[in-house]
Design a protein around this ligand. Structure first.
Ligand SMILES: *[C@@H]1O[C@H](CO)[C@@H](O)[C@H](O)[C@H]1NC(C)=O
Ligand SMILES: *[C@@H]1O[C@H](CO)[C@@H](O)[C@H](O)[C@H]1NC(C)=O
Ligand SMILES: *[C@@H]1O[C@H](CO)[C@@H](O)[C@H](O)[C@H]1NC(C)=O
Ligand SMILES: *[C@@H]1O[C@H](CO)[C@@H](O)[C@H](O)[C@H]1NC(C)=O
Length: 321
C-alpha cells in the first residue's frame, strides 16, 4: 500500500506535533496578546539556519499511526496550544510562522471572531514535502482572551497543485474536494472512523474529513465573550485568496519557507472570501469579502513552529445560527 501517499490526505491533521510543557500554568487565562508573546518567544528559540531547512518525511511506521483512529481523535480532543509530548507530526510537518491579525470588513454580518477580528499566529505549510507535487496549506491560530484558541486548517487540494511552485497560486479553504486517489480515499476512511469516536452525538461532530467547520469561530469574540446561540452566523466555506502582491514565480525552485520569508511585516497575505451556505459555496455565488489577513512580524521557520505549536481541530459542525 502506498502509505506515504495516504498520509498527505487528511486536511484535519494539520498540526500533529510534539508537546513539551513550555507554557506557564496560567497561560490560558492570559490575554490574547500575552499568549501570543509567549508563543512567539518560543518560536524564536531554535530557528533553522536558511541553508539547513529540514525536509525529511516521517518513516512509514510513524506515518501509519495516523491511521489509528484513537490517535487521530486526540487531534480533536486536546485543548492546548502545545502538542502532546512524543507525538510526531505526520502532516504539515514543515511550515513557517508569523504573527498575523484578521482585519474584518466593517460591514460584515458574520459573528464572533469574524466580526471582532483577532490576533494570532499564521503557519503556511506543505501538507507533505515532496519534490514534484506542491501541496500548500495554512494553519491560523486565533488567540482569545482568557479562553482556548480557535484554529483554522486550510488546504488547496488533497491532490496538490503539481509542479507549480507558487505557494499562493491557488486559494486555500476550510472545505476541500475529495481526492481522486484511491489510496487517499482509504486514508480518509480511517479518519472518518476517528470522527465516530468523538464524544457527543452526530450533531457534535465534524461533517466529514474534508470540511473543517467554522461554527466555533462564530461563537466567540476575541475578548472571550460568547455570542448567544441563535444569533451566530458562520460561513460554511471561507476561501483565503493570495493577493497579486504575494504571488510567486511558479518555476523558481527555492524552498517555500525562503520565498514566504521574503514577505515583510504588514503584508496582506490573504483576502478572505466567505460563503454563508454550502449551496452558495458550491456555485461560487454570494461570496462576501469578510476581511483580510495581515502579517505583523517577519516569518520564522523553527523547531517550535514545526514540532510544538498545536492547532486543535474544531469539532462542531456548521449550522444555520
Ligand atoms: C448585513 O445585513 C444587512 C441587513 O440584512 C444588509 O443590509 C447588509 O447588506 C449585510 N451586509 C453584508 C456584507 O452582506
Ligand atoms: C478563489 O476564491 C475566490 C473567492 O471565492 C474565487 O472567486 C476564485 O475563483 C477562486 N480562485 C480559484 C483559482 O479557484
Ligand atoms: C472541486 O470540485 C469542483 C466541482 O467539481 C470543481 O469545480 C473545482 O475545480 C474543484 N477544485 C479543486 C481544487 O480541485
Ligand atoms: C501597514 O500597511 C497599511 C496599508 O498598506 C498602511 O496604511 C499602514 O500605515 C501600515 N502600517 C505600518 C505600521 O506600517
Amino acid at each position: 500500500m502506498a502509505t506515504s501517499t495516504c498520509l498527505t490526505v487528511v486536511l484535519a491533521l494539520t498540526q500533529i506535533c510534539l508537546a513539551l510543557a513550555y507554557l506557564p500554568a496560567d497561560y490560558e487565562s492570559r490575554s490574547a496578546s500575552s499568549k501570543r508573546d509567549i508563543l512567539w518567544t518560543q518560536i524564536g528559540w531554535e530557528v533553522y539556519p536558511a541553508d539547513k531547512l529540514p525536509t525529511a518525511n516521517l518513516g512509514a511506521f510513524q506515518a501509519a499511526q495516523a491511521l489509528v483512529p484513537t490517535f487521530l481523535t486526540q487531534a480533536f480532543n486536546r485543548v492546548s496550544d502545545e502538542m502532546i509530548e512524543g507525538r510526531p507530526k505526520i502532516f504539515h510537518t514543515y511550515g513557517t510562522c508569523a504573527k498575523a491579525k484578521f482585519v474584518p470588513a466593517s460591514n460584515t454580518n458574520f459573528t464572533g471572531i469574524f466580526k471582532s477580528g483577532f490576533i494570532g499566529i499564521i503557519r503556511p505549510s506543505l501538507a507533505k514535502y515532496v519534490v514534484d507535487n506542491h501541496m500548500p496549506g495554512m494553519g491560523f491560530k486565533a488567540l482569545i482572551d482568557g479562553k482556548p484558541s480557535v484554529n483554522f486548517h486550510t488546504l488547496y487540494s488533497l491532490d496538490g497543485q503539481g509542479e507549480n511552485l507558487n505557494f499562493f497560486a491557488n486559494n486555500v479553504s476550510n472545505v476541500i474536494n475529495g481526492s481522486h486517489s484511491l489510496a487517499l480515499q482509504m486514508a480518509i476512511k480511517g479518519f472518518e472512523l476517528a470522527l465516530l469516536l468523538l464524544p457527543g452525538g452526530s450533531r457534535d461532530r465534524p461533517e466529514n474529513s474534508n470540511t473543517m467547520s467554522l461554527y466555533e469561530h462564530s461563537a466567540i469574540n476575541q475578548d472571550g465573550s460568547v455570542v448567544p446561540e441563535g444569533t451566530r452566523r458562520a460561513p460554511w466555506r471561507v476561501d483565503f485568496v493570495g493577493p497579486n502582491a504575494v504571488q510567486q514565480n511558479p518555476t523558481e525552485n527555492v524552498d517555500f519557507r525562503i520565498k514566504i520569508g521574503l514577505l515583510q511585516p504588514n503584508t496582506t497575505i490573504y483576502d478572505v472570501i466567505g460563503y454563508r451556505t454550502k449551496e452558495q459555496a458550491q456555485t461560487q455565488v454570494g461570496g462576501e469579502h469578510m476581511g483580510s489577513v495581515v502579517t505583523e512580524s517577519e516569518f520564522v521557520a523553527s523547531k517550535y513552529c514545526d514540532e510544538t505549536l498545536y492547532m486543535k481541530h474544531a469539532t462542531k459542525p456548521w449550522k444555520q445560527n
